[in-house]
Design a protein around this ligand. Structure first.
Ligand code: NAG
Ligand code: NAG
Length: 368
């Protein structure tokens, strides 16, 4: 009898302890997840820009965010493969390609790639933090950043196919593209129920773009494609004309998009990168972690050295955005102002009438 009582008491005691544990664990999990929805919706973000407008920096800003799967210029493959068609006729194929990529279907890339065996067969794969960390690259611990040289040693043999699984594990897919010249072709993506697409359009003072182009190699092929030049290399005027026209065309077509479109001027981003980053992240439903704050700070201020993270931009962003005023001849500045008059007006860049004005740094050439 006594034995039976003690056994049932033990059972009762165990049951009580189990119940208390169950209750406590429920309470704990509720406390640690304050009213989160069961499965957060994916966000797809397209960073639209032109060459030499600061889009690599903007892309890296998003790339650093641990919630982001980032690809830099995946449309490069298509653009190069189909270049004879001319830039206008590439817009729809680029749209369809980006739709697939946003949905983590990378098979759409394969027809445009010579080989797609490893992630390293993808153009600029090395700029993607997600492809340089776990689970894409499992030999490396998921914490900490991988320098590009290490990533290329360790992660280049990741099977191409693995990219889809990796992409699906992120809540945000961000793609940067400088080869989109016509936003109307992209309207279907904004109506697509399988996507939650937002667009950031980054523009820069055309005079600064021209100045930066003068010190950049490797743009000849793209310049020929956008101007439709057949044999001879197009001159800078022709290129700038196409660049500015495309930016105006994109902005013109953005009116119906309302809160799915955000215009960003590189000069504003450079002036106050941290608060700007915060507002861009908010727009993209991303959080700004302390690590992100440190990254933005380190990459926009002078005197910070390499080895502190991924792809450094250790220059003073504010100074860089005004470099052109020292480097570009007034003659060329005047010329590009004429060519890009409409873009300058729309995006709020002020015209200069003399070299004195150009060099006078107390003059702000960006309207508020
Ligand atoms: C650039 O090339 C176009 C077409 O060949 C020509 O009309 C224009 O005068 C050239 N501009 C300059 C600044 O050389
Ligand atoms: C953009 O819109 C303005 C004003 O409606 C128009 O004058 C201009 O031709 C358009 N430009 C382009 C490139 O679509």
């Amino acid at each position: 009898m006594a034995r039976w009582i003690s056994t049932s008491f033990m059972c009762f005691l165990l049951l009580t302890v189990a119940l208390m544990l169950w209750y406590a664990s429920g309470l704990l999990s509720r406390l640690s997840q304050p009213s989160l929805p069961a499965k957060p919706e994916k966000t797809h973000l397209l960073l639209l820009s032109s060459w030499r407008s600061g889009s690599s920096f903007l892309g890296q800003m998003f790339n650093q965010n641990p919630e982001v799967f980032y690809l830099k210029e995946p449309a490069w493959h298509l653009w190069n493969r189909l270049q004879q068609k001319g830039p206008e006729r590439l817009q729809r194929p680029i749209r369809d390609l980006l739709r697939s990529i946003f949905l983590c279907d990378t098979s759409a890339l394969k027809p445009y790639m010579g080989r797609s065996e490893f992630v390293s067969d993808l153009f600029s794969w090395i700029k993607s933090r997600a492809l340089c960390s776990a689970p894409a690259c499992s030999t490396f611990p998921s914490l900490g950043d991988l320098e590009e040289s290490h990533c290329s040693q360790i992660c280049s043999r990741t099977p191409f196919q693995k990219m889809e699984e990796v992409c699906r594990s992120y809540s945000h897919v961000v793609v940067k593209a400088v080869r989109i010249l016509d936003l109307e072709a992209f309207y279907p993506l904004l109506e697509d129920p399988s996507l939650n697409l937002k667009i950031i359009h980054l523009v820069r003072d055309p005079r600064a773009v021209l100045s930066s182009r003068e010190h950049t190699k490797g743009l000849e092929m793209d310049d020929m494609i956008i101007t439709g030049a057949q044999k001879a290399k197009p001159n800078a005027s022709m290129v700038m004309q196409e660049v500015c026209k495309a930016q105006v065309r994109i902005h013109n077509a953005s009116l119906p998009l309302k809160d799915r479109y955000l215009l960003v001027r590189y000069e504003d981003l450079a002036k106050d990168p941290l608060s700007y980053a915060a507002s861009l992240f908010e727009y993209a439903s991303l959080s700004l972690s302390p690590r992100m704050v440190a990254w933005v700070h380190h990459n926009t201020h002078p005197g910070v050295h390499r080895n502190q993270g991924f792809l450094m931009y250790s220059k003073d962003a504010k100074v860089v955005s005004q470099y052109w005023r020292e480097k570009l001849s007034f003659q060329k500045a005047k010329q590009v102002q004429e060519i890009c008059r409409q873009a300058m007006n729309i995006f709020g860049y002020q015209f200069i009438g003399s070299e004195v004005e150009q060099k006078d740094m107390s003059l702000t050439l960006v309207s508020p």
